[in-house]
Design a protein. Sequence first.
Length: 218
Amino acid sequence: MTREELLNTYQDIHLVTHPFVKHKLTSLRDKNTSTREFRMLVEELGTLIGYEATRDIETLDVEIETPLEKAMCPVLKGKKLCIVTIMRAGNGLAEGVLKLSPSARVGHVGLYRDPETKQPVEYYLKMPHSVNERTIIVVDPMLATGNSAIMAIDKMKEMGAKDIRFICLFAAPEGIEAFKAVHPDVAMYIGAIDQGLDENAYIRPGVGDAGDRIYGTR
Ligand SMILES: O=P(O)(O)OC[C@H]1O[C@H](OP(=O)(O)OP(=O)(O)O)[C@H](O)[C@@H]1O
Ligand SMILES: O=c1cc[nH]c(=O)[nH]1
Ligand SMILES: [Mg+2]
């Protein structure tokens, strides 16, 4: 499917088109952007896209007392959010989402993509308790084939998660289609939908290897 077909087919694919987001994504694409700047931009984008991804979380009215009178006012309802980072590149994005909700719980899923098979290999998993009662926000800057995000969300569902959202910065149309085929119930919040994958399953034009650029490895 093309980018337009995907957006027309799935109501819950949210492309975040704010000019600040577009500008910061362009800085990430630039090969001359430094490691320090890249890491800061990823975090900032986590906050901006995280804001959109949490727009509909529930509130409940409680009585408080202002200096002048009592009033019923909204507060966040239910258990703390759970932000799940797909390591390692997801960590920077998770820090940005945490700025919105500093008391959120954080889950870690360690996956690396095997360079030959392009399949994710799990090396770590740690989640907070009561996953079934929390809004789960899975974050990873890159959705290429979609296999890593699909596997991470499989694990959340195996643990009983029901309300799951996914945030990424750059997605390939192929990856979105694969993701939606397996997880049609998971809303996606995306910075940019790029042209597609190259022969090494890298997103084009993309940013290259996001993890390497965040941490200065290579
Ligand atoms: O959609 P996919 O084809 O699965 O590819 C995307 C995955 O690849 C990257 O991680 P990588 O395996 O490079 O690990 P890293 O974060 O440690 O660099 C990226 O951060 C995603 O997790
Ligand atoms: O383009 C890509 C694809 C997978 N992982 C990345 O970091 N970048
Ligand atoms: Mg990587």
